[in-house]
Ligand binder design. Structure first.
Ligand code: C2E
Ligand code: MG
Ligand code: MG
Ligand code: MG
Length: 287
């Protein structure tokens, strides 16, 4: 992270446009324009790759899923994390074509895993508000998934609380249609958004993902622990599974197990890795 920033700074001294990727300038209009142009090029030349991070069921200690996380293989800057470009992609609507590339890439990968005899658990995909607000989103999604011959229940779509604010009635209707189509739905970054607890009961969710900012302070901040305990209780009473994000230590994991959190994701179990690594591990387990 520091090395990155230093590199951008160094380049910026040479009045290179990569100064524009520096964090201080992310609100700058020029930054957006430059990144937008780079993003358009990146979409054309397939510079986006997905890494997959495992999710574990805390009850039976089994792998229960993977989350697909996008990275940009930038020709000059190397591998960039989503925080460097998703905000601009969202503001410029480029998240819509990027989102389709991501969904297509996940489907192609899952189809291949299945063909290779790998027992694929659920694979989660992050969905941005603008994708869901497209009137033809579900029709096109179904078309794509059917084209790859995938069972829909293998895919989990992750949405965030802020999404619901845009157009609550339409979004809730879209989510209901997605659920009826057979997809799993997860509420990402739970606890960080603005949604009222009242609205959550209208969302046809399978899972709530507790944000990693709460997990981080397990054992350090009783208030964060209280939020986690309440989220687990909320999930249980709504009949929705609860996953904790950002689990890095055994102590955090013990706490979550003790409070009967269903599943967990984080560096303790594995970092996001390229799909080839996932396949190798799966084959190792089988063989
Ligand atoms: P998210 O969906 O909440 O993803 C979890 C983030 O936490 C990922 O960061 C992951 O690498 C990171 N993480 C996982 N385990 C740990 C841990 O133990 N400790 C810590 N400190 N971090 C952990 P990443 O990959 O940088 O993604 C950041 C965000 O970018 C994601 O948050 C998601 O909101 C967005 N994003 C990622 N991929 C996509 C995508 O394909 N489409 C869209 N629309 N957004 C995406
Ligand atoms: Mg996510
Ligand atoms: Mg999250
Ligand atoms: Mg997030």
């Amino acid at each position: 992270q520091h090395a990155d920033t230093a590199m951008y700074r160094a380049k910026s001294l040479g009045k290179n446009r990569y100064e524009l990727y520096s964090e201080e300038l992310t609100t700058d209009a020029r930054y957006h324009l430059e990144v937008e142009q780079d993003l358009r090029q990146a979409l054309k030349s397939n510079q986006f790759v997905l890494h997959y991070q495992p999710q574990f069921n805390l009850e039976d200690e089994q792998l229960c899923g993977y989350e697909a996380l996008v990275r940009w293989q930038h020709p000059e800057l190397g591998l960039l994390g989503p925080d460097k470009f998703i905000p601009v992609a969202e503001e410029t609507q480029l998240i819509v074509p990027l989102g389709w590339q991501i969904i297509d890439s996940v489907c192609r990968r899952v189809e291949r895993w299945l063909r290779d005899g790998i027992d694929v658990p659920m694979v989660a995909i992050n969905i941005s508000p603008q994708q869901l607000l497209q009137a033809d989103f579900i029709q096109r999604l179904n078309g794509l998934v059917d084209q790859y011959g995938l069972p829909r229940h293998l895919l989990e779509l992750e949405i965030t609380e802020s999404m619901i604010l845009k157009d609550p009635d339409f979004v809730i209707q879209q989510l209901q249609r997605l659920r009826l189509s057979g997809y799993h739905l997860a509420l990402d970054d739970f606890g960080t958004g603005y949604s009222s607890l009242d609205r959550i009961k209208y969302l046809p969710l399978h899972r709530i993902k507790i944000d990693k900012s709460f997990t981080r302070d397990i054992g350090r901040n009783p208030k964060d622990e209280a939020v986690i305990i309440s989220a687990i209780a909320l999930g249980r009473s709504l009949g929705v599974e609860v996953l904790a994000e950002g689990v890095e230590t055994e102590a955090q994991c013990d706490f979550l197990r003790r409070h009967e959190c269903n599943s967990a994701q984080g560096y303790l179990f594995g970092k996001p890795v390229p799909p080839e690594v996932v396949s190798q591990c799966a084959f190792k387990k089988l063989g």
